[in-house]
Write a protein that binds this ligand. Sequence first.
Ligand SMILES: Cc1cc2nc3c(=O)[nH]c(=O)nc-3n(C[C@H](O)[C@H](O)[C@H](O)COP(=O)(O)OP(=O)(O)OC[C@H]3O[C@@H](n4cnc5c(N)ncnc54)[C@H](O)[C@@H]3O)c2cc1C
Length: 364
Amino acid sequence: MNFPFESLKACLPELEAEASENDRDGSFPVAGLALIRSFGALSAALPKSLDGCGFGTDPGGATALMQLLRLTGEASLPLGRLLEGHINAIRLVARYGTPSQLRQLATHIRDGALCGIWVTETTNPVHILRNGTTLTLEGEKAFASGALHVTHPLITAETPDGETRMLIVPVDKNRKAAASIGGLCGMRGSGTGRFDFTGIGISPEAIIGAPGDYLRQPEFSAGAWRGMAVALGGIDRLVTLLRAQLIARGRDTNPYQRARIGEALIARETAALWTCKAALVSDDDVIPPADIAGTVNLARMAVERAGLDVIELTQRGLGLAAFIRTNVVERIMRDLATYLRQPAPDETLAEAAATFIRRDLPQP
Ligand SMILES: Cc1cc2nc3c(=O)[nH]c(=O)nc-3n(C[C@H](O)[C@H](O)[C@H](O)COP(=O)(O)OP(=O)(O)OC[C@H]3O[C@@H](n4cnc5c(N)ncnc54)[C@H](O)[C@@H]3O)c2cc1C
């Protein structure tokens, strides 16, 4: 299957309009998701052998996957986050699951399934309880994107033996979930909330991979490159809007504003180069796992810095106009600032620095 990138590009304004609409009351991007599904975005990460595009699952698919996630993030960071979570789950099943589990997931996706990856714990973490041959879940996940809409979340849960396992848990409409986390100021249209798994029964076939696979490197760190690609799309959009709004107000020839435009373009390109490097390194089986993880971790920090710089340049360049709710820039800055809050940034930088104290980064 060839992915119709031009069709997706043509729909970016429509997807952006839905993201702005949904921001008001925190609604889910139902129409946007249906639209990108109709282009094949939800099956694009499946291997070609299962009628996908092989983006991120077949060798050489990383560049096209980066383009898909970047374009989706440019249109809507909440929609990009949902697509990225869906693809992350497919990738983990492809890497650690059995061929039969991947085939089954592909069938569900063709039938309309939406996957997600819900691993963030609350004070009531998810456990697997065993009663004879029956397995039941107990506990909750927080920051679960698409809490009311995902049908096949991949979650982590602890076994009675204290091992962490990955599971795909099919969930129906009858669920104990909330689509918000007490007034999150950005990414309001991603339906990010809480999900209570208590009482849900699972079959042994729901378990993906072996104990410890979820934290296994390089996949554990490398997967972050896909989130960066979505954030990069948001950075792209802000840089475009900064330039367009300066031109519209006749402020683009001012030398100070030109300097800001130049700095924003540099930051955007830095984010793009690092994301591309992270994607290529992650797709290279010859590079040692520690070097892949270290490179992606450095890339994560570089993209975060670039995003924060572009937000500041936009605020200083457009002034108060960037803080007015009717200006789409205001919503995108909130979404991007929220999206850039990824887990443990200090540890990520320190670990990457430790990896490359005595050797250089790999060159894919
Ligand atoms: C819109 C959105 C959607 C999301 N969707 C999902 C989802 O679908 N599934 C999912 O599982 N998660 C999801 N998440 C959660 C996300 O993956 C991260 O867990 C979350 O964003 C981490 O944010 P944090 O800033 O609180 O991280 P933290 O790791 O708590 O970092 C905050 C600060 O504390 C520091 N720090 C971290 N640990 C320590 C420590 N032990 N001691 C001292 N300092 C420390 C960090 O370096 C950083 O400076 C989502 C988040 C957002 C915003």
